[in-house]
Design a protein around this ligand. Structure first.
Ligand SMILES: *Cc1c(COP(=O)(O)O)cnc(C)c1O
Length: 372
């Protein structure tokens, strides 16, 4: 579809590739890098990001749900893809057909995987999920895992991996993550003593990959930091990354607004002196958070200008009085690479008391991703 509106999310695949290389250098040679591309690559665009990650050295991909994995296969991507979450019974056959790797943590899924693989006489890899302290999905104990594995007499079902997920790896205090790691190690040991060696053990997300090199094991699963974002500020000194996404727009009308003339819905802003107001064609219908009303800023030629009034569904107003007249129709950047004078995603997230993950994921499908 042609996009006529001058609003876009710039996605620097160059920055993404640099970030992949930074992680490849960071981990040891016998540790695999899984690029996590769930939720449309955290809003950055699934297929271009997945392809760039593989081109620059990612060994595998991780997604949350089978729909995402099938989209990758349909685009011709043939590296191993692990589905982290729950796969409903009725979807298991499709997963087997598409050579997807399934996460198993219940008897129900295990039985269905065996049935589907046997029916097609097709090999399938599974990874067992251990709950080491997040209390979301997974089996808590080694004996639970062994009981599950006992069900598998099928030559088609291979236990390729076992993994866990950290809930607090961005905390500067390592205590809880260390406890989770040791719990996971003890489960792996108990399982391998009976079952034999499992080829791929893994536990690190971005935060743990950056701050706990001793926990990398056979593979790391890096999501947010491949997009150039740090789960915690203290991680900046460990590895150097570039922010991949910038949100940009251009004004469609600029006019003077005077005292006594309130701006936008609810009249929440009224100028105290005559100001120059630019209207930009982007709003909360595009995922620009409405909570930025009278709070957020854009950067125009390195100059910061405030959002005035409420963010509407499709339009937003900016006070551009401080910008020289000749620059007012330049590109307006809501967030971008801070090294280039832009507001970082971290800054926007802090302002909204959320995390940058949520902001990039929320940028809607109406905003075209422009790969640069
Ligand atoms: C999302 C996710 C990751 C990646 O987490 P980041 O913090 O984005 O690096 C890794 N593993 C699992 C199981 C996940 O769900």
């Amino acid at each position: 579809m042609t996009n006529y509106r001058p609003t876009w999310a710039e996605v620097s695949l160059e920055a993404l590739k640099q970030n992949v290389k930074a992680f490849k250098d960071y981990i040891s040679q016998d540790c695999q890098l899984m690029g996590v591309v769930k939720a449309d690559a955290y809003g950055h665009g699934l297929i271009p990001c997945a392809t760039s990650m593989i081109d620059s050295g990612a060994n595998r991909l991780g997604v949350a749900i089978i729909e995402e994995a099938i989209e990758l296969r349909k685009a011709g991507i043939n590296v191993p893809i692990l589905i982290f979450g729950y796969t409903p019974r009725e979807a298991v056959q499709e997963a087997v057909n598409h050579d997807l790797t399934l996460t198993v943590f219940t008897d129900e899924i295990m039985e269905e995987v065996i049935r589907a693989a046997e029916e097609k006489e097709k090999s399938v890899n599974i990874h067992i999920k251990v709950d080491s302290g997040m209390h979301r999905i997974g089996l808590k104990k080694g004996e639970d895992v062994l009981q599950l594995l006992e069900k598998n007499g099928s030559p088609y079902v291979h236990v390729e991996g076992i993994f866990t997920h950290f809930s607090d790896a961005d905390n500067e205090d390592p205590d809880y993550t260390e406890r989770q790691f040791h719990h996971f190690l003890s489960v792996v040991e108990e399982v391998e003593n009976v079952h034999g060696k499992i080829p791929i053990t893994h536990c690190c997300n971005s935060a743990a990959t950056i701050t706990f090199p001793s926990m990398h094991m056979d593979m790391v699963r890096v999501g947010i930091s491949l997009y150039g974002l740090y789960p915690g500020e203290h991680m900046r000194e460990w590895i150097s990354l570039q922010q991949v996404m910038s949100l940009k727009t251009k004004p469609i009308m600029i006019k003077m607004v005077y005292p006594g003339e309130p701006i936008s819905y609810g009249r929440s802003y009224e100028p105290e002196r005559p100001i120059e107001v630019a209207t930009v064609p982007i709003g909360y219908g595009d995922g620009l958070p409405r909570a930025l009303s009278n709070k957020g800023h854009v950067v125009i030629n390195e100059q910061k200008c405030p959002i005035v009034g409420k963010v509407c569904m499709d339009q937003t107003m900016i006070d551009v009085s401080s910008v020289e007249e000749s620059n007012r129709d330049a590109v307006y950047t809501f967030f971008g690479e801070p090294g280039e004078g832009n507001i970082s995603l971290k800054e926007v997230a802090d302002q909204l008391q959320t995390i940058h993950y949520e902001i990039t994921c929320q940028i809607g499908q109406r905003v075209p991703r422009k790969n640069i």
